[in-house]
Ligand binder design. Structure first.
Ligand code: ADP
Length: 464
């Protein structure tokens, strides 16, 4: 990059120098011509005075200027006097300037003179009183005539300009390439997972923008990587917990299976008990697998979810009917109410899982003769579902954790009632999927109330 900046600079400079010289040459030529013309006018006025006072014949003797040719013509164009040649020797070239002067009074002409063997500038003047045409002739000087005086200074100034440009362009190239190298060195640190980049302050605004953009990019990258790490950790913990949760029922199933296989359970009632255990453990396992699948589906945001219009009243009525057996087992009474007209636009699986988990918890973590109250209504553009029980309640210290995966307040009790520890985590995921919120109020031995608030979604609305 430095080399190309240098090359670019030098090319620009050379072009500028060449163009400058060209324009200078033209301008100087013009200046020389106008100075010469002015000089000739002054000289001519002197000549005119001398002729008027002393006659042109007198000039023949007195004319001293070697480099200026003075010629006097009669009106027919014949030479009466010439300061350099004898009139009889001159084979005068086509003197258009005489015709010009006769026509216009005076004027300049530039042409090649065969007798002088060079290009001449003539100033010709028609003296009407004396009936003569006076002509002053000077070699036409151009800048070329001063070449040898000019060449050394042109070369010297050119060389100096090149040297200064070389030094300045090197400095300029360095002032750009060095910061870029420093920025690149800092950015390479990202490869070593160093995200806290330390850039200098640069005077160029563009470089400042690069460092600012890179710094904010590296910060977002750091957050992103941290988020990935966090998610990785959560996944690892989840899989470790899930494997652990699966291992326990599997070991139990294996144990009972071996007992049955080896015929160690001779008693019919023991065999029946073992089979019941096997049934219970497999049921637990299938619930666990169902919940794990549900969680991973909710987390994989690209999984297609089919939304549908669900009439809440009928849906809750069927759900309560399904739960009557469980409620009966736990000697808990279910109470519920729902406005007939309520319709929600959501996935039936999601709504089922949401209501099932909350209702099951309210029944399972209750005591005999307990009550569960379910209420569904629409308020302020939100669908509200509250499930309240007068059961065991949740200790304050556990309340902030119960939505975590596999978190159980009382592990023994949860397992006994067939809990997987994933129910509320699933509920939280579903609520978030619909941009809703869930609120918990609970007091130990008094009861628990879960309130889900979901924004009412109409058919065709986008959930983002
Ligand atoms: P689980 O499968 O163990 O029921 P959840 O995620 O559904 O898992 O609930 C987490 C824990 O929160 C439960 O183990 C239970 O201790 C507690 N919990 C949930 N709902 C209630 C409730 N209504 N009353 C008392 N405790 C509850």
């Amino acid at each position: 990059m430095r080399k190309s900046i240098l090359g670019y600079f030098m090319t620009v400079l050379m072009t500028a120098l060449l163009l400058c010289s060209l324009f200078f040459y033209q301008a100087m030529d013009h200046v020389i011509l106008s100075i010469t013309k002015k000089d000739m006018q002054i000289l001519m006025s002197q000549v005119h005075q001398d002729i008027t006072h002393q006659g042109w014949q007198y000039l023949k003797e007195t004319w001293q200027q070697d480099d200026i040719r003075l010629t006097i013509f009669d009106l027919s164009g014949d030479i009466l006097m010439d300061s350099i040649y004898d009139p009889s020797d001159i084979v005068e070239e086509d003197c258009q300037e005489v015709q010009h002067a006769l026509k216009l009074g005076q004027g300049y002409t530039q042409r090649y003179s065969a007798s002088m063997e060079q290009t001449m500038l003539y100033f010709t003047y028609y003296d009407q009183d004396l009936s003569i045409v006076v002509r002053l002739g000077l070699p036409r000087l151009t800048l070329r005539n001063y070449h040898w005086q000019l060449v050394p200074s042109v070369l010297l100034s050119g060389a100096m300009a090149l040297a200064i440009a070389w030094i300045l362009s090197r400095r300029f190239a360095r002032s750009i390439s060095q910061p870029l190298n420093e920025i690149a060195d800092e950015m390479i640190k990202l490869e070593q997972h160093v995200y806290d980049l330390d850039f200098k302050t640069y005077s160029y605004e563009e470089l400042q923008r690069i460092t600012q953009a890179t710094r904010s990019l590296s910060q977002s990258l750091a957050s992103y990587i941290a988020q990935l790490e966090r998610e990785k950790k959560i996944r690892q913990t989840f899989f470790a917990n899930a494997s652990h949760e699966l291992k326990t029922p599997l070991t139990s199933i294996q144990g009972y299976a071996e007992l049955l296989e080896n015929g160690l359970l001779e008693d019919e009632s023991l065999r029946k008990e073992a089979l019941q255990h096997l049934k219970k453990e497999t049921k637990n396992m299938s619930h666990l697998i169902r919940d794990i699948l549900m969680i991973s589906q909710l987390e994989a945001k690209d999984v297609k979810v089919t939304l549908e219009d669900i009439g809440c009243y009928l849906f809750l009525k069927e759900t309560v009917d399904d739960f009557q057996t469980l409620a009966h087992q736990h000697r808990v009474t279910l109470h519920w109410q729902c406005e007939q007209s309520i319709h929600v636009w959501m996935s039936r699986d999601h709504l089922r899982s949401l209501v099932h988990n909350l209702l099951a918890n309210a029944i399972k973590y209750n005591h005999e003769e307990g009550n569960v109250y379910m209420d569904a209504y629409v308020k302020d553009q939100s669908f509200i579902l509250s499930i309240e029980d007068d059961g065991l309640g949740i200790p304050l210290k556990d309340q902030s954790h119960i939505f975590e995966r596999f978190y159980r307040v009382d592990k023994g009790r949860s397992k006994k009632v067939g809990g997987t520890g994933l129910g509320l985590s699933i509920v939280k995921h579903i609520v978030h999927y619909y941009n809703g919120t869930i609120h918990l109020t609970s007091e130990e031995n008094i009861g628990t109330k879960m309130t889900v608030i979901l924004p009412v979604i109409q058919k065709g609305d986008d959930i983002s």
